[in-house]
Design a protein around this ligand. Structure first.
Ligand code: PPS
Length: 285
């Protein structure tokens, strides 16, 4: 993928809201505080679902916050111009989102006690989700076909770089006590237990009816209808009218799109790149 993107340290970034100077400043100078909570993902892994869930946990299931403030202001993306400016001004404990690979993340985090949740998703579904999403976006080079995007993805030639490098990099933190790995798949299969796990990690306690409200208001349908979370406010400037963040919200959709040859190529690559990691990290298998 070349053309419509910004390059930094060999990795392509979207062309709107990112610059090499800012990415350098974020890495060198952004101050992560011990009380911050960081939500980290490779794009299209369910980032916004995780943000919505954590916001609802913070508000004890009350949907007022998630229905009144855009999701990118509740938990700003630190690497974007908008998010960085907002975060610098924010007082108190902050929710911070990011898609950055580990080597470009603010250095101050690694000396802090801030908690981080890394959300991982079957990269095959990440690929398919990304293909449909970027096709309608105005700030990246658009793929012309799934076949083309498949090639870009396996070469690591997509925004935020190689999924494999991203996952490997962040998973090296997995034994740290301020680091929690979650998967999109476990959120789909047992969201109640996942919310309980997040609460335990963040030291939050929810009453049963509050937990029910978190589940209800973070559901695919609720988020799809919530204009503060479904990116409909960004249509026009950032996306075409047909663009949608909440497309299908399922696991295993790649099976509807990959050819047999693509599935085999992907399996082989996954083996090559990830075989030495504990395989129970990859719950979709
Ligand atoms: S982004 O643009 O990188 O921040 O996108 P991200 O939020 O990481 O990923 C978008 C995919 O997450 C799905 N999604 C959900 N699935 C289930 N339940 C809920 N509540 C939910 N919210 C978002 C969304 O549908 C995208 O996946 P696909 O497969 O394209 O549907």
């Amino acid at each position: 993928m070349t053309g419509k993107c910004v390059w930094f340290e060999g990795i392509p970034f979207p062309s709107l809201g990112y610059s090499p100077e800012l990415l350098r400043e974020v890495q060198e100078s952004f101050l992560v505080k011990d009380e911050d909570v960081l939500l980290l993902t490779f794009p299209k892994s369910g980032t916004n679902w995780l943000i919505e869930t954590v916001c609802l946990i913070y508000s004890k299931g009350d949907p007022k916050w998630v229905q009144s403030e855009p999701i990118w202001d509740r938990s700003p993306w630190v690497e974007t111009k908008h998010g960085y400016e907002l975060l610098k001004e924010k007082e108190g404990p902050r929710l911070i989102s990011s898609h950055l690979p580990i080597q470009l993340f603010p250095k101050s985090f690694f000396k802090s006690k801030a908690k981080m949740i890394y959300l991982i998703r079957n990269p095959r579904d990440v690929l398919v989700s990304g293909y449909f999403f970027w096709r309608s976006a105005k700030f990246v080079k658009r793929p012309q076909s799934l076949e083309q995007y498949f090639e870009w993805f396996v070469e690591g030639n997509v925004v935020f770089g190689s999924w494999f490098d991203h996952a490997r990099g962040w998973m090296s933190m997995r034994d740290k006590e301020n680091f929690l790995i979650l998967s999109y798949e476990e959120m789909k299969w047992d969201m109640r237990s996942t919310v309980e796990k997040i609460c335990q990690f963040l030291g939050k306690k929810l009453e049963p009816e509050e937990l029910n409200s978190v589940l209800k208001n973070s559901s695919f349908q609720a988020m799809k209808e919530n204009s503060m979370s479904n990116y409909s406010l960004l249509k026009g400037q950032y996306f075409e009218e047909n663009g949608q963040l909440l497309r299908k919200g399922v696991t295993g959709d790649w099976r509807n799109y990959f050819t047999v040859a693509q599935a085999e190529t992907f399996d082989k690559l996954f083996q090559e790149k990830m075989a030495d990691l504990p395989q129970d990290l990859f719950l979709w298998k």
